[in-house]
Design a protein. Structure first.
Length: 291
């Protein structure tokens, strides 16, 4: 990281970068955006194919309960990683387990789990209110990429590396399981295994994204770039690449613009606004083209 900061400072001194890049938090924010954008965009294509748009929303909101549990167990309020990771992973796996063994519509089931997670989180936060700064909760809800620390970057890098190692060799099988589970079973694929593997990957990236994009908005960044790419291409390879590119551009622009223009907008909100703008442009282009 020190080398990247040194290069950024050289760019500032040479007039190639704005003065804001001389700050450590700005360099950290850009690195986080470049790590997170491609991963969210790539996984978003599978989220759309599997119709799990609201699953990551539920996991993101469960982060509040995980943070409260971590603080109650004695973790530092700024980085309660064990409580956050443990609760969100158990929450996601339990939700998927119940989904596979009941006839309750999926959106209804997500709504029930989401409401339960928020209720438990709100109740627990009452006990830890004295230990938690209210601004930290705002960061969890709406994201604050400019407060990303070196430790956060290491957690994000490890999470991204693990997800990539899992995703690259299994992407086609997970995709086939999403599109046609029956054909996947005929080919001998263990569909339940790939379903749970995908749930674990979505949970990992959601947990890693909470501080950057925010619990309320992380699901949107998984969904919107993929939806935009879907409007512009029908080829699966182009779909994945374009979704990853749009997510990365949204993260970078959403990070830089509020800082450069001195806008009092949370980074998570700015990122989603940029992504939604791309979606609206793609929608208008598609309408005009059809017309």
């Amino acid at each position: 990281m020190e080398l990247l900061r040194h290069w950024a400072q050289l760019g500032v001194d040479a007039g190639l970068l704005s003065d804001s890049f001389s700050y450590v938090f700005m360099v950290n924010a850009i690195v986080a955006a470049l790590l997170l954008g491609p991963l969210l965009g790539g996984l978003g294509t599978l989220v759309i194919a599997k119709r799990l748009a609201f699953f990551s929303e539920a996991v993101g909101h469960a982060a509040l309960t995980g943070i409260a549990l971590g603080v109650l167990l004695g973790e530092p309020p700024e980085n309660p990683f064990i409580g956050l990771f443990s609760f969100c992973m158990i929450f996601a796996l339990l939700l998927h387990f119940v989904r596979n063994r009941t006839n309750v519509p999926y959106d209804t089931l997500v709504g029930v789990f989401l409401a339960l997670a928020l209720a438990v989180g709100a109740a627990l936060l009452m006990y830890v209110a004295r230990k938690i700064n209210i601004h930290m909760l705002e960061n969890v809800l709406f994201g604050s990429i400019l407060t990303v620390t070196d430790q956060d970057l290491w957690v994000l890098a490890i999470s991204c590396g693990l997800i990539i190692l899992l995703l690259i060799p299994t992407f086609n099988r997970i995709l086939l399981t999403c599109i046609s589970p029956d054909i996947a079973r005929i080919r001998g694929y263990r569909t339940n295994f790939y379903d749970y593997l995908f749930v674990i990957m979505i949970t990992l990236v959601t947990i890693a994204s909470v501080k950057i994009v925010g619990a309320v908005l992380v699901g949107a960044l998984l969904l919107i770039p993929g939806a935009t790419a879907r409007l512009l291409t029908k080829n699966m390879g182009s779909f994945v690449l374009l979704s990853s590119l749009l997510a990365t551009i949204s993260c970078v622009i959403g990070t830089i613009l509020p800082m450069e223009l001195k806008l009092p907008i949370p980074s998570g909100a700015a990122i989603i606004i940029v992504a939604a703008t791309f979606f609206l442009i793609a929608t208008c282009y598609r309408i005009v083209r059809k017309g």
